[in-house]
Write a protein of this length. Structure first.
Length: 195
């Protein structure tokens, strides 16, 4: 169990790559009146153009990541998509927000979500998906940021993740990010964490 002194609530959001999670969550933070905080994950992958350290991710060297791992600083971590890059959720990012009474939102994959739930079993869990495998493939190809090999790998992972979406309390089909964000905001209001 992760020890916190605050009245905040952890919110875990998962879904396949290309489901539009980041877009929905940006909209949620912008439009929902609740005290929301997006947890910023750490990664060893290099920043993409226009990504800012501490905003999109905490960009760490392999040595920095390994040191934090050895120190027990991660709530969860893993290598993603077989590229040798590590991703993880820093405990401090979560506890700071929870102690401030915020809804702390983790955007993590299914394996990470299951790992976090071992430490924080009362987290609100939300799975976002695009409605169909074909729609997911269309979105991944529409990005034009991935190689064919990468798209195939992401689709394989997506299928296995969508097979586990029944482990989540709430399942949302993201047809319109605004609508999906409104639905999540209502779910959080109904949870009453900050009341």
């Amino acid at each position: 169990m992760l020890e916190t002194k605050g009245t905040g609530q952890l919110v875990i959001v998962s879904g396949p790559s290309g489901a539009g999670k980041s877009t929905v969550l940006r909209r949620l933070v912008k439009d929902c009146p609740l005290p929301l905080e997006l947890s910023v994950s750490a990664t060893t992958r290099p920043p993409r153009p226009a990504e800012i350290n501490g905003v999109e991710y905490h960009f760490l060297s392999q040595e920095e990541f390994d040191a934090k791992l050895a120190n027990g600083d991660f709530l969860e971590h893993k290598e993603v998509f077989g590229r040798g890059h590590l991703y993880g959720t820093l405990k401090e990012s979560v506890t700071t927000g929870l102690n401030a009474g915020c809804y702390v939102i983790l955007e993590i994959d299914v394996a990470g979500a299951m790992s976090v739930l071992e430490h924080i079993p009362d987290a609100i869990t939300i799975f976002i998906h695009p409605g169909s495998q074909q729609e997911l493939e269309n979105r991944l190809r529409g990005r034009e940021t991935e190689s064919e090999e990468s798209i195939i790998r992401r689709l394989e992972v997506a299928i296995s993740e969508m097979d586990l979406m029944d482990r989540y309390q709430h399942i949302i089909v993201n047809e319109q990010p605004e609508t999906a964000a409104e639905t999540i905001c209502q779910i959080l209001k109904n949870s009453g964490a900050s009341s």
